[in-house]
Design a protein around this ligand. Sequence first.
Ligand SMILES: [Zn+2]
Length: 258
Amino acid sequence: MHWFWRKYEKRNLFQVYDERKTRTDMVLKRQILLFKIANTTVKISPSVFINILFLWAFLSWLTGIRHPERLIWERILTGVLASLLLLIADLGHTLAHIFSARYAGAPMDEIHIPSGMPRTIYHDNHVHPSVHRLRSFGGPIFNLLGLVISLVWHTLTLPGSMANDLATWSVIGFTFILVGSLTPLPYVDGGTMLKWTLVEHGRTLSQADAIVRRVDLILGALLITLGLVLLFWHMWWWGLLILAGAAIVIASGLGILR
Ligand SMILES: [Zn+2]
């Protein structure tokens, strides 16, 4: 990766992207071209950096709430490093797809990273279902490896220490992205894996899409039940988190979220 960074930074770093190439680019015309990894163009929107600032401020504040004995610089440092770990879990997931796409023999052309969910762009998307599925494995495998390393790190650190805090954030970040990406939503890896497995087994594209949406509605109903049970048991935070997840899953099943 370092080699590519060096090779491209002189020509492409912070060049304003020519917005008139494709429709997706028209929507994202304020993005900047940042670098290339293995011939995949990675474009990051400037608003991402504002999100990171908010995340850093929030995590520093939260550290102060949980550890009032810590000095200001310790809270700020924990916030910076915890934000970095969450960023690695999130962006590392997307970038890992570059390598699984190469492995599948259908390289990715572009990655757009706006302030919301990153998008992977393949100019030629007419590939065999098994290739679609193989491409989707890179991100989850990256998160699984990161989670295992974070859990080992967590067990090696003293409870209450800054290192233990950071390991906890790392576990949270990698778990969240792993679980989120494997949920069978139409626009994440879990949905891609399910859809193309169905197509490979003889379903048409529209049949496979309909089944994925039906699975989401059933999953959403189960999550609502679980969320309500947790609220009944006074586990407020978990209950609300599961209900928020249920809302996303059901909105995806109804086609409101795409
Ligand atoms: Zn993914």
